[in-house]
Design a protein around this ligand. Sequence first.
Ligand code: SAH
Ligand code: SF4
Ligand code: F3S
Length: 440
Amino acid sequence: MKKYHITTFGCQMNVHDSEVLAGILEKNGYSPAASVQEGDLILLNTCCVRENAENRLYGNIGNLKALKEQYPDCIIGVCGCMVQQPTVVEKIRKTYPQVDLVFGTHNLHELPKLLEKIEAERSQLYEVWDSEGEIHEGLPVKRNDPFKAWITIMYGCNNFCSYCIVPYVRGRERSRQPEAILAEVKDLIATGVKEITLLGQNVNSYGLDFKGVDFNFAKLLQEISALDIERIRFQTSHPKDLSDELIQVMADHPNICRHLHLPLQSGSSRILKLMNRHYTKESYLALAEKIKNKIPGIALTTDIIVGFPGETEADFQDTLDLVEKIRYDGAFTFIYSPRTGTPAAKIADPIPENDKKQRLTRLIQVQNEISLEKNRAFIGTLSEILVDGVSEKNPQIWSGRNTQNKLIHFKPASKIKPGDLAVVQINSAQTFTLEGELLV
Ligand code: SAH
Ligand code: SF4
Ligand code: F3S
């Protein structure tokens, strides 16, 4: 039996695409390889959101050269966001002859056909669609976790934030039909799934592409929350499209988790305008306050970019100010990375790289203090967790997450198994984790 190995870079969207690729391969007679070396088919599912993601990919392809020389029959494939850029495909073609197969985000459903062709002809095959086709329902999925499942509810992005490459490599927004999503959720419930995460680059614009049909993300969430599913999460929410209706649906349904990822990107209204984000410092703050008031106990997390072209110290102070006012539970922080083809890459940028690095360090310091304080507030309280299993770092310790998405470590107990909902009393807190004792 042929074996496959997939290495995935990038966001949950890509992680889930890899689950679909694995599903397709297993349906076509492949089985998983224990290591890259064992793979008859080696796939790299790529990300290009920042330059370092691209560099890691080139490093990986470079490393596969020796393997290809040793096992010339293995097929090395590159797919995902990065290869939706023609310049990248050219670079691979010129520099990395060990790559046999290239396909993009819009034609991953074609994998069996591409493999058949490549095996028959034993030649390189590069096939990347430059625009999105129909949504392909019913593709097989090999899920990594039996209790927690990703569900893509929409593809693409229409927002064109000025720094971001995603709309160029993922195409325009296309929403799946609600019936297809609900059927998928019901199937997952039947197999024992406890938690689902609905995925889209901006889930708040779900359904806007349904012509003449009055349906939206809040209504989809409402329908899903009526099903017998313990936990529902979703990401990502663009602040400009987060409706009162959605906040109300969250408030009304306790099985929608008390966590919202609400990317800020910058706290400066001037920079937000240059980023094409369509909100201001003041309107974002008002939105965050409204959410906190309407959904008590909600955890807010965010994404922040420092060093956008021309970001001044005063702009950065606005970001720090908002972080301190909102008091996020956690933040993913990035240094701006110019992406060729995006409008921001053309803006003059006199800010030295070192200033950007220092701003990142300062921001992380402020946020980490807040994260720790917020986590300490859990000490002495009870949290219901969905048990994940043995902690990655220490087999003596188990982990799970509460509704606020806090990672909680605890000592194992004989009655507990992955997928259980259990109650933990929180005894101590760190910046990124809580520790507690299981109350069975
Ligand atoms: N659609 C989601 C996720 C986009 S990518 C959203 O809108 O939030 C995830 C994060 O990467 C973004 O939120 C942003 O903070 C960051 N990012 C995107 N492009 C970037 C760039 N050119 N440089 C640095 N960070 C970037
Ligand atoms: Fe990128 Fe903005 Fe779309 Fe998110 S919403 S994927 S940051 S363009
Ligand atoms: Fe990266 Fe593509 Fe996701 S560029 S962040 S893998 S949508």
